[in-house]
Design a protein around this ligand. Structure first.
Ligand SMILES: Nc1ncnc2c1ncn2[C@@H]1O[C@H](COP(=O)(O)OP(=O)(O)OP(=O)(O)O)[C@@H](O)[C@H]1O
Ligand SMILES: [Mg+2]
Length: 284
């Protein structure tokens, strides 16, 4: 029962999915999470599980509660009620720093990069590696290349200002920075929103890399094409409530859209219980 900081870390590549019966407990779980802002019920009794080696897409219309959910999972927002659990152990996130220490890293939509600083400086801002009194630039450069290589991300140099990089490259730098503490869960808020076709493909590749390295990934997105390209599960929020939990391989696009818009009768009403996988399960 000790409130612990669970320790297993993601390791190298492994098969993408395990049989359902052999599945370990979720790395990150929300139970009965509610959050209001004045009269606005941004989240109502939301349950969510994120497993290792899984990309969970969170979709929903404007104002559905996605960013509020990200806030709760990343420690920005302490919910009015409900629990956050890591490997089944309730935790108090309290702040993004605490969430990071516990293994939840978030890449916010604005990326929070300093345009004038180079890639290495951005990666290690506030966590500089020192050798005695001086910065160990070589160690930081080496680590920067290692992290970017893990993501198969290409940047011309780690010594160019971030301002000179493309949107996709900046996203890669922000994700690389998230990986510094070897998090178990990486949350990405609208990572492709500002990107063109090629850069979007690069970022979706990064998301797959994260999964293949064993992280649980939460992908908040407006873009159904992105979601269907990389997600294993698609969770729908509607007016703050969970309104669907689909297996991305078998769900039909129109059923997900129906859950987003409220046209789906099956799961509306925000049942607290985990929603069943979408029944349209005939595998090919
Ligand atoms: N700090 C806040 N103060 C007041 N209301 C808020 C606050 N944050 C969110 N809300 C409200 O809570 C609801 C959910 O907002 P949230 O930002 O989580 O939605 P979202 O799904 O991220 O929407 P979008 O797709 O537009 O980003 C909205 O009605 C929003 O106006
Ligand atoms: Mg939002």
């Amino acid at each position: 029962m000790n409130p612990h900081v669970p320790s297993p870390r993601p390791t190298g590549p492994a098969p993408r999915t395990a049989p359902v019966s052999a599945r370990p407990p979720a790395v990150l779980s929300l139970r009965g999470v509610s959050q209001s802002f004045g009269a606005v019920r941004a989240l109502v009794d939301v349950d969510l599980d994120v497993h290792a080696r899984e990309v969970v897409a969170v979709v929903g219309d404007n104002g559905a509660g996605k960013s509020t959910l990200v806030g709760v999972m990343s420690g920005v927002t302490v919910p009015d009620s409900g629990e956050v659990m890591l490997e089944g152990v309730p935790v108090q996130l309290g702040s993004p720093a605490v969430a990071r220490q516990l293994g939840i890293a978030t890449v916010f939509q604005d990326l929070a990069l300093c345009a004038d600083l180079d890639v290495v400086e951005n990666l290690f801002l506030g966590h500089e590696v020192r050798r005695g009194p001086v910065l160990d630039e070589i160690a930081m450069e080496r680590e920067a290349w290692r992290l970017l290589a893990q993501l198969a991300a290409r940047v011309p140099s780690v010594r160019v200002p971030v301002a000179t990089l493309s949107g996709g490259q900046r996203q890669a730098v922000a994700i690389a920075r998230a990986l510094l503490g070897e998090p178990r869960v990486v949350i990405l808020d609208e990572p492709t929103a500002a990107l063109g076709v090629t850069q979007t493909a690069e970022v979706l590749n990064l998301v797959e890399r994260l999964r293949d390295r064993g992280h649980g990934v939460v992908l908040v997105s407006h873009n159904m094409a992105d979601v269907q390209a990389v997600a294993d599960r698609v969770v729908v929020l509607r007016r703050g409530r969970l309104n669907g939990d689909f297996d991305a391989d078998t769900a039909r696009y129109e059923d997900i859209i129906a859950a987003i818009t409220g046209a789906s009768p099956a799961l509306s009403g925000g049942s607290r219980a985990a929603q069943p996988r979408h029944p349209r399960g005939e595998t090919s």
